[in-house]
Design a protein around this ligand. Structure first.
Ligand code: FES
Length: 236
C-alpha cells in the first residue's frame, strides 16, 4: 500500500468519521467502505482489491474498535466505516491447499480424511460461520464434509468467495474454503446430473452460432449488460 498526500481537512462535519489507518487518524466520509476510506485517505491499493463488489474475496480485512478486545473481520469493499475504527491491511491469507488428481479420487469420506484430515478436528464452535461475509453456513458444510455428504457440501459452499476469513478464525486450523472447492469439484465430476443442453450448446459454440451475439455484448454499456444478464433464461 503506497501512501500519497492526504486530502483530509479539519472539518467537524457530521458526514465524516475518524478512522485510524496504520495508526494515523483520518477523517473520511461516513458512507465510505473500508476500501473507499483507505483510498480517500490518499493510499493506493495495489493488492488486496479486485471486483470491489463483494464477489472476488480479494479484500478480506480485520479491524478493531476502541475499548473492544475483539478483532472484527469483513470485506474491505463492502464493510462501511465506523467512527474510531482501527484499520490495517492484511497480507494475503495463507490457505493450506491439498494437491490431488481428480481422476484418482472419489467423493467419499476417505477423500476428506486423506486430503483435509484437520476437518475431523472441528469442535463445532461456529466461529467460521460468524466470520463469513456471505452469511454461509460454513460450519454446517464442514460437518457435511465429515459425513461425506457431497451434495450438502457443494450446496452450502456454493457462494463461497474464498476470502479466507473463516480460516483465519478457525481454532482447528481448517481451511474451509479449500474443503468446499474439493467438495464442489468432486460433486461436479461424479455426482451432478449431466445437463440436458450441455452437449448441444458446446456444438453450437464450436459452430460459431453465438459469435454475433458475443460481438453485440462487447458493445453494450454496463446497464444494458446487467439487464440482459438478469433477464436471461435459467435451466431448471
Ligand atoms: S474487492 Fe472483490 S470482494 Fe472485495
Amino acid at each position: 500500500m503506497k501512501e500519497a498526500k492526504s486530502p483530509i481537512t479539519k472539518t467537524e462535519d457530521k458526514s465524516f468519521v475518524t478512522v485510524y489507518i496504520m495508526g494515523k487518524a483520518y477523517k473520511v466520509p461516513t458512507e465510505a467502505t473500508i476500501m473507499g476510506a483507505i483510498e480517500y485517505a490518499g493510499y493506493q491499493l495495489k493488492r488486496g482489491a479486485g471486483c470491489r463488489e463483494g464477489f472476488c474475496g480479494a479484500c478480506a480485512t480485520v479491524f478493531r474498535m476502541p475499548g473492544d478486545y475483539k478483532i472484527y473481520t469483513g470485506l474491505a469493499c463492502t464493510t462501511l466505516v465506523k467512527n474510531g475504527m482501527w484499520l490495517a491491511q492484511l497480507p494475503a491469507i495463507p490457505g493450506q491447499k491439498a494437491l490431488y488428481n481428480i481422476e484418482q479420487i472419489k467423493p467419499t469420506v476417505n477423500a476428506i480424511q486423506n486430503l483435509y484430515p484437520e476437518v475431523f478436528r472441528c469442535v463445532a464452535c461456529n466461529t467460521c460461520t460468524k466470520a463469513c461475509p456471505q452469511d454461509l453456513e460454513v460450519m454446517d458444510y464442514i460437518q457435511a464434509a465429515k459425513r461425506g455428504n457431497y451434495e450438502m457440501l457443494m450446496d452450502l459452499s456454493f457462494d463461497c468467495l474464498s476470502c479466507g476469513l473463516c480460516a483465519i478464525r478457525c481454532p482447528a486450523e481448517i481451511v474451509q474454503m479449500n474443503v468446499g472447492i474439493l467438495g464442489r469439484r468432486l460433486y461436479g465430476k461424479y455426482l451432478a446430473k449431466e445437463s440436458r443442453f450441455l452437449k448441444e450448446r458446446l456444438k453450437d459454440v464450436k459452430d460459431k452460432k453465438y459469435d454475433k451475439e458475443y460481438e453485440e455484448l462487447m458493445t453494450m454499456d454496463k446497464k444494458a449488460l446487467s439487464k440482459r444478464y438478469y433477464d436471461r433464461d435459467l435451466e431448471e
